[in-house]
Each structure stands twice: as C-alpha cells, then as structure tokens.
Design a protein around this ligand. Structure first.
Ligand code: SF4
Ligand code: SF4
Length: 287
C-alpha cells in the first residue's frame, strides 16, 4: 500500500485503520507514510475508509487557518478526505502478503478465503482427522504482530523432522518447496503476513510429543503461536484418549464446540447398503 504525498493531508485517520500499525504521520512533513516492511497488504486501510475527493490544497489551507484560530478541522474518522491511499500493483513474492492477510481474497491453492483452510467442522466430510488420529492447527501471528514465513518454517521443519503428515490442502503447505522436510520456498521466507495456519495430523499416541515440540519451537520465534487440537469423539460423544493427555500437560479443558456431522456419512452408508444387493447380483452374474 502506498499513500500519495501530494494528496495526503495528514489527518491520521488511516493510522487507526491499520491492524499492523504500519502507517505513521511524519511530524515534520505532516503526511502519512506506510512502513512497507511491516505492511502485510491486508487492504484494511483502503477498504475500511470511505473516500472523499476533497482538494488537498483546500483541506490543508482550511486546517491551517482554523488552527490559527485554535479550532480544528478533522474529517470524520472513517474517511480519507482526499482519496490518498493507493494500492501498489503486487508482484511475486509480495503478493503472498495479500493472499494471507486480506480476508476477502481466496487462496489459489484451496479456494478458501481467510487463512484458507477447511474448518474442522467439515471433518465428517473431509475426514482429515481419521479415527485414532489427532489434528493440530498451529496458528501464527495476530493483528499488530504478524508472522514471517521463516518463522513458520522453523516450526514446520521441526515437526516434519518427527515424520508427521502435513495437511496437503492448506495454503502454507502450498508455499513449501519440500513438504517432506517442511521447507518453505526461499523467495518468500522474509514475507510478512497477518496470520497463517500450519496443519498436521498424527496418531493419538504422539500427542504429547507434538505439543512439547511446539512449545520448544514457539519459544524461539518472535510471534504469537496458538495451538488447536482436534480429535474424534467416541460413540458416546465423549473423548477419553486425548483429553487426559492434555490435562496431564496442564491444560484445563472445556467443551466449546461439538460437531454433529449433519448426518451425511450415514446417508452415504445407507446409499451403499441399498446399492449392495444390486452389486452382489452383478458379482454373481459375473462369476
Ligand atoms: S486518511 Fe488519507 S489524508 Fe488522512 S492521513 Fe491517511 S492517507 Fe492522509
Ligand atoms: S494494507 Fe493493511 S497493513 Fe498495509 S498499510 Fe494498509 S492497513 Fe496497514
């Protein structure tokens, strides 16, 4: 994102719209500037502020005159009065920032917006987390903090070294040059994004090992890391395998969300059962 020097009147409204704190008003020039290294191209400033097309010279003159009278002329806080924000045409690798930071842009690798991964609530259809497995979502970054890909790589390589399965349908995986080792493409390692999610699955008995590895790596990388754990309930709707492991590691568990599956697998099973007599008949004909 860029700000036009000729148009900006330094009202400062855009500084409040930026989730990364990447815009500042230079006290000398009294114009806003974007710190391009910190800007994650989320477009919150551009999309979040209405644009007025007031003539910059008139606005500056009015503000100067009013300040002499100890009065202030400030535009409404949700407006860029002179339409001074100008999106840069993004090329590789910078375009990666926008893909991971603007929630309105779907990821090419998955077609999903936001962080670009399937929610766990679709697991009964996607079967990402099979019976006997645990799925981990390792979420990096937050507004005001962000994350660079070399920090994500530190985690992905540490986990890949343990032989875990990295979820293939995930935008972070799509950025890897070698999924087996968790290596991310060299040309994007310094790119910064608002947040991203790495997903892995392992057999339940490896739960503690994975959590301890995440704890160890998280201390080495300067961003926020949030760990999510997903697994399947048993027939009673209870979870008696992973929960005790988490509690032994000091987590206090509260049931926040249970996905009931919408009945689709059962419909498929019924469809299969209904189809079976016909299949059997065909098999006996073939024999
Ligand atoms: S909102 Fe517009 S005029 Fe005001 S500081 Fe930002 S870019 Fe400049
Ligand atoms: S695009 Fe996003 S990060 Fe960049 S300056 Fe605008 S609000 Fe801030």
């Amino acid at each position: 994102m860029k700000i036009s020097e000729t148009k900006c009147v330094g009202c400062g409204n855009c500084t409040y719209a930026c989730p990364m704190g990447a815009i500042y008003v230079d006290p000398t020039t009294r114009k806003a500037t974007v710190n391009s290294d910190e800007c994650v191209e989320c477009y919150a400033c551009y999309n979040g502020l209405s644009k007025e097309h007031l003539p910059p010279r008139t606005v500056r003159f009015t503000r100067r005159m009013m300040s002499k009278l100890w009065l202030r002329f400030e535009p409404d806080p949700d407006i860029c009065p002179t339409d001074a924000l100008e999106p840069d045409p993004l090329s590789w690798p910078r375009v990666v920032r926008r893909a991971f930071s603007d929630p309105r842009v779907p990821h090419e690798s998955t077609g999903v917006t936001g962080r670009g991964t399937e929610e766990v609530k679709t697991n009964e259809i996607s079967n990402r987390i099979a019976v006997g497995m645990v799925g981990f979502t390792i979420e990096f970054g937050r507004p005001g903090v962000g994350v660079r890909f070399h920090q994500i790589q530190e985690m992905s390589m540490a986990l890949a070294a343990l032989g875990v399965k990295i979820q293939p349908k995930n935008p972070v995986t799509a950025m890897m040059s070698d999924v087996e080792t968790g290596k991310i493409r060299d040309d994007i390692l310094n790119e910064k994004v608002l947040s991203a999610i790495l997903e892995i699955t392992v057999p339940v008995e490896r739960t503690e090992e994975i959590i301890r590895t995440v704890w160890a790596v998280e201390k080495r990388i300067d961003t926020i890391v949030v760990l999510g754990v997903g697994t399947r309930c048993d027939e009673d709707g209870e979870e008696r395998v992973v929960a005790p492991i988490l509690e032994s590691l000091g987590y206090t568990l509260k049931r926040a969300k249970t996905n009931l599956g919408l009945g689709r697998p059962q419909i498929r099973e019924l469809a299969r059962e209904n189809a079976e007599p016909a299949n059997q008949a065909q098999e006996s004909v073939a024999a």
